[in-house]
Write a protein that binds this ligand. Structure first.
Ligand SMILES: C[S@@+](CC[C@H](N)C(=O)[O-])C[C@H]1O[C@@H](n2cnc3c(N)ncnc32)[C@H](O)[C@@H]1O
Length: 203
């Protein structure tokens, strides 16, 4: 039986921060601020997880964080004090956002799309485009599979565990789905070796 993302994150929420700790401090802390450069106003964070982006929210913003997993949101709730801005947390699926069209100035997501199965990628991206005002920025940090060498071999080794634990893959085609979801790709660059890409799009 294959687990849904809901079941996976309900199962792993209690241990999530611990398992992620080496990556959080070795890799993610340096690149999370890139997500928020120049953003202000009402921002949607999709797949907010345990709230690891809170310290990087622009002080001039107010943020709504959504996540599929109530257990992950409960962890985020405990971290709310690390944000310098107003944060609202809601349980929601990124592929079916319960917000009106054009109700956010920008949207961000970190390591969400690499956990979404291929068939939900466009729906998730399209929903972000729908709720962001025209011209609003959508930014993501996502894992990719390195093109060759040692790193590619390492990701191949890691992949079964990463899929079992997080439902994540290194082979998602998120960048390709940006135009397919009706958005304009404005930025695509590696920000951690050949492993993590910053994608920027405009609604
Ligand atoms: C790998 S974690 C990343 C968490 C956080 N963004 C971070 O950077 O640490 C992926 C998160 O996406 C959430 N998620 C998975 N599928 C989702 C969906 N369809 N809608 C909303 N959130 C989802 C999971 O519950 C989990 O909290």
């Amino acid at each position: 039986m294959s687990l849904s993302n809901f079941d996976r994150y309900q199962r792993i929420a209690w241990a999530y921060d611990l398992l992620d700790l080496p990556f959080e401090y070795g890799r993610y802390r340096k690149i999370r601020p890139l997500l928020f450069r120049g953003l202000s106003g009402r921002i949607l964070e999709a797949g907010v997880g345990t709230g690891r982006n809170f310290p990087f929210y622009p002080p001039t913003s107010e943020v709504v964080g959504i996540d599929l997993s109530p257990a992950m949101l409960a962890r985020a709730e405990c971290r709310r004090h690390t944000a310098a801005t107003k944060v609202e947390l809601r349980q929601m699926d990124v592929t079916q956002l319960n917000f009106p069209d054009r109700s956010f100035d920008a949207a961000v997501a970190t390591f969400l799309f690499c956990t979404l199965p291929d068939e939900l990628q466009i729906a998730g991206m399209r929903e972000l485009g729908r709720v962001v005002k025209p011209g609003g920025i959508i930014r993501c940090l996502e894992y990719t599979r390195p093109s060759g060498g040692f790193r590619r071999a390492m990701t191949r080794l890691w992949e079964p565990w990463v899929y079992w634990a997080y439902g994540a893959g290194f082979d998602r085609q998120t960048e390709r789905h940006v135009p397919e979801a009706g958005l304009q790709l404005r930025e695509s660059r590696f920000v951690a070796d050949e492993l993590i890409k910053l994608l920027g799009a405009v609604a």
